[in-house]
Design a protein around this ligand. Structure first.
Ligand code: C5P
Length: 232
């Protein structure tokens, strides 16, 4: 796998999601299912989208004691998702347990990606609430290296950080990057954005694109534009 556009299906219900996916008749985009949709519809929504032929990034960001995460990951692995994730803040023992839980009897497993510091956390809140006093960029890179050393496949990060992550963790360590906008599009609430073409240039492996596709007048055309800029 690699170099693909993942559509963030941030919908509240199965009905809205299927109405959206029904627009795609010629292609089967990679789909990200997040907490809202998963908690609303449960594992059935994952099975249904998978059965329609889409690859799935299940974005549930697990963070608990190693044994609990291991068992939860085993359940997600049986759902046959392609990518899932956790918080690197759960530390190495949790990440290693997650990998064990994800690995199927035949040795295959979904890709496992770490979330580092959320983009909603800034230097001030990290110092005040978490008592972490290093520069936030360094904290993100340290989490990336810890995830790599635990055996994970990559991290979620800003496309602006993808080059640095590859420099520190190697070209094969995957960078999955949200915060993507067309040059002529609305930025919305994203603060640090990049176009699909620039994300390709800097070395993102996957871009996660939500509203520029889901809210577009013609979502299929917007998806194709992302693919043309990022993958071709
Ligand atoms: O609509 P938009 O393109 O901004 O959607 C981006 C997706 O990526 C959303 O599902 C959002 O929750 C997710 N995401 C993000 N920034 C992060 C981590 C995840 O935008 N740092």
């Amino acid at each position: 796998m690699g170099k693909d556009v993942i559509i963030a299906c941030d919908f509240a219900s199965r009905e809205q999601t299927m109405n959206f996916l029904d627009k795609f008749t010629d292609e089967k985009p990679f789909v990200k299912i997040g907490m809202e949709l998963y908690y609303a519809e449960g594992p059935a929504i994952v099975k249904e989208i998978k059965a329609r032929g889409h690859k799935i990034f299940l974005d549930l960001k697990l963070h608990d004691i190693p044994n609990t995460v291991k068992k939860a990951m085993n359940v997600l692995s049986n759902l046959d998702v392609d990518i899932t994730n956790l918080h690197a803040a759960g530390t190495t023992a949790m990440m290693k347990a997650a990998l064990e839980g994800l690995t199927r009897p035949d040795g295959t497993r979904p890709l496992l990606i770490a979330v580092t510091q959320l983009t909603s956390t800034d230097q001030e809140s990290m110092e005040r609430d978490l008592l972490i006093h290093e520069p936030i960029d360094e904290v993100v890179m340290h989490y990336a290296e810890t995830a790599k050393n635990a055996g994970l496949d990559g991290i979620v990060c800003s496309p602006l950080e993808a080059g640095k992550v590859h420099g520190r963790c190697g070209e094969k360590f995957l960078t999955i990057t949200p915060g993507v906008r067309f040059a002529d599009g609305d930025v919305g609430d994203q603060k640090r954005v990049m176009t699909p073409a620039a994300a390709k240039e800097i070395g993102s492996d996957y871009i996660v694109v939500g509203r520029p596709i889901t809210q577009a007048e013609d979502p299929v055309a917007a998806y194709r534009r992302c693919v043309a800029e990022f993958c071709d």
